[in-house]
Design a protein around this ligand. Structure first.
Ligand code: ADP
Length: 161
């Protein structure tokens, strides 16, 4: 059984993230999505509990996709017997960042955890959670970038319901 861990903030989860998850679910027996708090990023739109609930809902019918939370991606990967951490690459900035994080993760796991990167299909490659939030705050349509469930929850949150 080949299991991979896909950690991220997912604030909110976009069709770019979902494209990476779909690709990975065809390559690996099981994909574990870890919804984490990135200390370098402010909490922003959804709390960790809200994000966890939303991502769980999106994949509730997929047998080979599990959604969890935790603190440290390497610890979660080791605990869940994941062969590697999965990250998505959009551009050179992502590449540089992921290449350096990969070294740290390999190091702190005593060479046990490697990193695998997948590229988003080109129609999703430019999407970022940050841009989606900005566009949404300007009152523009974000339905091309996120699942309808996410858009609906963003609208509810905006209206303060
Ligand atoms: P983090 O705070 O860990 O970077 P993100 O939710 O921003 O969490 O991203 C999680 C992973 O998904 C990262 O590897 C990021 O590069 C990747 N990713 C985000 N958006 C896209 C996209 N549109 N296409 C491909 N990969 C993406």
């Amino acid at each position: 059984m080949t299991r991979v861990l896909y950690p991220g903030s997912f604030n909110p989860i976009t069709k770019g993230h979902m494209n990476i998850i779909e690709q990975a679910s065809k390559i690996f027996d099981e994909v574990i999505i870890a919804v984490l708090q990135n200390p370098a990023k402010k909490e922003g739109l959804f709390t960790i509990e809200e994000r966890l609930k939303l991502v769980k809902k999106l994949y509730e019918e997929k047998n080979n996709i599990k959604v969890i939370t935790g603190e440290c991606a390497v610890d979660i990967a080791l605990l869940n017997d994941c062969k590697a951490i999965l990250r998505g690459i959009r551009n050179f900035n992502d590449f540089d960042y992921e290449a350096s994080v990969r070294e740290f993760n390999k190091d702190i796991s005593n060479n046990q955890i490697n990193t695998i990167c997948l590229f988003a299909d080109k129609e999703y490659a430019f999407i970022s959670s940050t841009a989606v939030k900005e566009i949404f705050n300007l009152g523009k349509d974000i339905s091309k970038y996120v699942d309808p469930l996410i858009e609906q929850k963003m609208l509810i949150k905006k209206r303060g319901i």
